[in-house]
Write a protein that binds this ligand. Structure first.
Ligand code: F6R
Length: 620
């Protein structure tokens, strides 16, 4: 939840730091602070409890001058939200300043050791041991890189840091140990941040730090070192194609709504990056496997978590239909314990089996562990990921980026569309490689894909029907979502969206399963959302709806715009364009997302930051 920003260059640091922190406000925090140093190493610090505007007011009335600085938004863990516990923290002599994300697990024993040496602590935080450790180490060796490496040797935990030392005023140091940290490269100035969004308005040239790396930022350049060995590391500079608007809500009241509306553009970007509709061909520049290797694939395992797992379930149907390859889908937390192939210590034995990992963040611990497990078993891994250069990308043989742009709202929407869009194109690609899809068929499919964004925009242009349904059901305590075929993963995803942001207990089911147990729960208080778009199982889902209706359940159907039959059984019909079955997940997702959104707004919940959830789940 905490956020870090650092700057060194030719401009005044304080305004850039507070601007950067404002882009991280969406993560939630309870205090904020900055430390700024001038060229002589004269450093000063300002912190304030509550919203960033409190810090801003204080800086407006008494500005801090200096062209280097570090800033932080804190979400209290060790010690109450108070000014004294806010970051930055400094050593007892006021020489070293540190901002910190994450947790120092052994801070208590370090603190006791430092106190025994006479160090006085001001705060209750785990962080405050760090500036004191760095100060002590620097005093011994008079060399900042060495001091930081030596100070951190005995520190356990997952953290990211930005550090300033008054004796080395031309440098800001950034350290990544598990918690994310990026470097932004400017002209005569450089930045660091816990999230690229914070510095996107200043630069899009980004270095993603790996675990165990530290970067020395100076106005004129950046050097990256291995924290353990001290060896210099060459890092790739990525040019992010994200818009600077990604960090703002624009005219939308919530990021989630903004991101729902960005979905047509995500589809367009996928086509732009991977397909040539005119020629009827697809290419994935970073897929990491040759056409020959992909031709040999006979079995695919998809593994992912949450919404990404739902995208995987759609991907299974697509790949089995268009690529004719058999696909298993697991949640990553289960996949990694399956015995899918013998352990080979990484030697490739099983070249006809492919693993696909799907993740928006690219940092989800379970999915990453699944990738590592697959590699250990000698399997090739392609990841379908939104965040560039993330851990899952680096652990995989190749990547298909979903090009959804940064997703701020915790509830995933546009990343999901990016995932199923990428999987759609992948299934066509595999179909073509396996000789099942010729140029003409490919061209037709791509042309249809290209039409989807316009149809999505039509749904988004008028969501009054969805709002009416939300008004009717916002007080419900439970809900079912049912679907068949492509409607089944869509139902699971609809239920997840509703439960995570509105806190209504919602379950998604394969509609045919209803009568094998869950139907016992149907009564007049149970709304059931039925995905009843046209397809091979359409008649069957109508029967399932009648089963619900006969037991007094209230039905909201998601159905094609020309479907007159469905209205006979449903209390509400949310219309979507009539499409070939394999395209329905793209349009069905929108009313599901908007229904959840409007219900959460009516219930007055924090839509973008639902309780107990984090955007990136880096624990197993
Ligand atoms: C739900 C949601 C989560 C994520 C899941 C996996 O809206 O966002 O269920 O899908 O935590 O995260 P990623 O895709 O980052 O691996």
């Amino acid at each position: 939840m905490c956020g870090i920003v650092g700057y060194i260059g030719t401009q005044q640091a304080a305004p850039l730091l507070t601007l950067g922190l404002s882009k991280l406000e969406y993560r939630g925090y309870d205090s904020a602070g900055i430390a700024v140093a001038d060229a002589a190493g004269e450093a000063s610090m300002r912190r304030a409890v509550g919203k960033l505007r409190n810090l801003q007011h204080s800086l407006d009335s008494a500005p801090l001058a200096g062209r280097a600085g570090i800033g932080h938004t804190r979400w209290a863990t060790h010690g109450a939200p108070s000014e004294i516990n806010s970051h930055p923290h400094r050593d007892a002599t006021g020489t070293v300043f540190v901002v910190h994300n994450g947790i120092i697990e052994n801070y208590a024993e370090i603190r006791v050791e430092l106190e025994a040496q006479g160090v006085e602590f001001r705060s209750q935080t785990d962080t405050e041991v760090l500036p004191n450790l760095i100060k002590r180490a620097y005093d011994e060796c008079q060399n900042l890189p060495r001091a930081i490496r030596s100070a951190l040797q005995g520190v356990r935990g997952a953290y990211a840091l930005a550090v300033m030392h008054s004796a080395v005023p031309d440098t800001v140091v950034a350290v990544r140990q598990t918690s994310p940290l990026v470097i932004g490269l400017g002209e005569g100035e450089n930045f660091c941040a816990s999230d690229a969004l914070a510095i996107l308005s200043e630069t899009r040239r980004i270095i993603f730090l790996d675990n165990g790396e530290m970067a020395f930022l100076r106005a004129e350049g950046v050097e990256v070192f291995d924290l353990e060995s001290g060896a210099r590391r060459q890092k790739e500079v990525q040019q992010l194609d994200w818009s600077a608007d990604s960090a703002n809500k624009g005219d939308f009241p919530h990021f989630m709504l903004k991101e729902v509306h960005e979905q047509p553009a995500v589809m367009e970007r996928l086509l732009h990056h991977y397909a040539d509709e005119e020629k009827g061909c697809i290419a994935f520049p970073h897929i990491g496997l040759s056409r020959e290797e992909l031709r040999g694939v006979r079995r695919i395992f998809i593994q992912a978590c949450g919404t990404s797992w739902h995208a995987g379930l759609v991907g299974k149907l697509l790949i089995e239909r268009l690529g004719l390859i058999s696909v298993d889908v697991d949640t990553s937390s289960e996949f990694r314990y399956r015995n899918v192939a013998p352990h080979t210590g990484g030697a490739i034995l099983d070249s006809d089996t492919l693993v696909i990992a799907i993740s928006q963040s690219g940092e989800t611990a379970d999915t990453l562990a699944g990738v590592q497990e697959a590699k250990e078993r000698g399997l090739k891994v392609i990841s379908v990921v939104n965040m560039p250069a993330s851990s899952i990308v680096r652990a995989s043989d190749g990547v298909i980026y979903t090009h959804a742009g940064p997703e701020v709202s915790v509830a995933s929407t546009k990343a999901y569309i990016g995932q199923i869009g990428a999987l759609y194109l992948l299934s066509l690609y595999l179909g073509e490689i396996h000789g099942l899809i010729d140029r003409a068929r490919m061209k037709r499919r791509l042309e249809k894909f290209a039409e989807v964004p316009r149809l999505m925009r039509e749904i988004l242009a008028d969501d009054s029907g969805i709002q009416r349904a939300a008004q009717r059901f916002w007080l419900a305590e439970h809900a079912f979502f049912i679907g068949r075929g492509y409607g089944q993963p869509s139902a699971l995803e609809g239920a997840l969206k509703l439960k995570e942001i509105s806190y209504i207990h919602a379950e998604g089911y394969a509609a045919g399963e209803l009568k094998h147990g869950p139907i016992a729960l149907i009564d007049e208080k149970m709304p059931v959302v039925a995905i009843a778009t046209q397809g091979v199982t359409y008649e069957k889902i109508l029967s399932n709806m009648q089963e619900v209706r006969a037991r007094g359940g209230k039905l909201i159907a998601v159905a094609g715009e020309d479907d007159e039959e469905v209205g006979k059984y449903a209390d509400f019909v949310l219309r979507v364009p009539e499409l070939t079955e394999s395209f329905t997940p793209f349009v069905v997702a929108l009313p599901m997302q908007l229904l959840a959104y409007h219900i959460a707004v009516l219930r007055d919940y924090d839509v973008d930051m639902p309780r107990n959830l984090a955007k990136s789940v880096t624990v197993e």
